[in-house]
Design a protein around this ligand. Structure first.
Ligand code: GLY
Length: 370
């Protein structure tokens, strides 16, 4: 069957299942499943970094079905998330994940002032995390345990489009300048010669000198956390799309080539490409995110290997890891939060979000919130 038709048919199954899932979870803010049931990150957890992905799923459903029910729920979520904009601890380098998929997309589509206001507050806060001495955006806030004043993480590449958008919107280049300086430092400090990527790099917050890297959510120091590789592929492709800087496309391809060479013959992606051979831990979210990045690299470069790798992972996810039973909340099972933490091989909201986004790319349905 032709790929576009195949993707459209899978998206029909997605919309059918999600009608039940969204109705059941309408006023929740889902993140992860336990025994097939989504939790709720509303209330005290409204600052959780993944909360924008529920908004992203709602926009996807709105576009695929034309049903305003989903857009109304997205607006409800955006308003709930406003509490974060009045709390310094609730804002972080993840502002992009949280507001690009909610208020920025809403504003771009409908031009409403309240969504614009939220988006600019989030972008200003993100730009304020930039450390001019090390030219990096600080990752997490103080947690009372680690001194992470000098920590940057690869995931942040996905938050930079909030800054590119803010410069386009305000015609003020400050935001884009911050994004470019951060991306340039990531090329120099995170990307290894073989194309694999570190999760966390620590810089001296006073001098900006690179001190060391950490294994973070992967297997360990020097390992290759697959979701981190995927963030790098898609993140650098997005920085290329917004700036036209060839170094970003070259970096996206370098990490993509490493990722493709590491894909097992099963097309099932492990949690870490360097985990011990006797460990079978999987992370389907890495497959969906990488597929989105590879499809963008293919669209830009027309190099078929990127398309084929993305399609191989998506077809495998849909044949082997998708659950179409409407009583189970998530679509894709076997997402892993972190190698050394307990939440392994579950349904995770961003796994479903990127799976749908990737299928929409194959089906040529316009949706680009980044
Ligand atoms: N951004 C955190 C993660 O990928 O789990």
């Amino acid at each position: 069957m032709d790929d576009r038709k195949w993707a459209s048919e899978i998206l029909d199954k997605v919309t059918c299942k999600m009608k039940a899932v969204v109705s059941r979870n309408a006023h929740k803010v889902p993140y992860i499943t336990t025994d097939g049931i989504y939790d709720n990150r509303d209330g005290d957890d409204i600052s959780w970094w993944t909360n924008g992905f529920w908004g992203g799923v709602l926009w996807e459903m709105n576009i695929l079905t034309g049903d305003s029910f989903y857009a109304d729920l997205e607006y409800e979520l955006e308003e709930k998330m406003d509490r974060n904009l009045m709390s310094a601890d609730s804002l972080s380098h993840d502002n992009g994940f949280m507001w690009l998929l909610t208020s920025v997309y809403h504003y771009k589509r409908y031009g409403n002032r309240s969504s614009l206001n939220r988006s600019l507050l989030a972008a200003n806060n993100l730009a304020g995390r930039f450390n001019p001495n090390g030219c990096f955006i600080r990752a997490w806030n103080d947690n009372g345990v680690d001194d992470c004043r000098g920590w940057a993480i690869i995931d942040c590449m996905m938050n930079l489009p909030l800054l590119y958008w803010a410069s386009e919107e305000t015609k003020d280049p400050r935001f884009r300048n911050v994004a470019i300086k951060h991306a340039d430092r990531v090329i120099e400090s995170f990307i290894r010669p073989d194309g694999s990527v570190c999760h966390i790099v620590e810089f001296d917050p006073e001098t900006g000198e690179r001190i060391r890297s950490y294994g973070g959510q992967g297997y360990g120091h020097g390992s290759s956390w697959t979701r981190g590789q995927a963030w790098a592929i898609y993140g650098f492709a997005l920085s290329y799309i917004h700036t036209g800087k060839e170094a970003y496309l070259d970096t996206a391809k370098k990490v993509a080539d490493y990722f493709i060479a590491s894909i097992p013959s099963s097309y099932l992606i492990p949690a870490d490409f360097r985990q011990p051979e006797d460990v079978s831990l999987e992370d389907t979210t890495a497959a969906s995110i990488a597929a989105c990045g590879l499809l963008e690299i293919y669209r830009i470069s027309n190099e078929k290997k990127y398309y084929e790798a993305a399609l191989g992972m998506l077809r495998t996810l849909s044949a082997k890891r998708a659950v179409w039973n409407p009583d189970i909340d998530s679509i894709i099972e076997k997402g892993t939060v972190a190698y050394h933490e307990g939440e392994h091989e579950r349904g995770i909201i961003y796994g479903d979000y990127y799976f749908i986004e990737a299928l929409m790319k194959i089906a040529e349905i316009q949706f680009f919130p980044w």
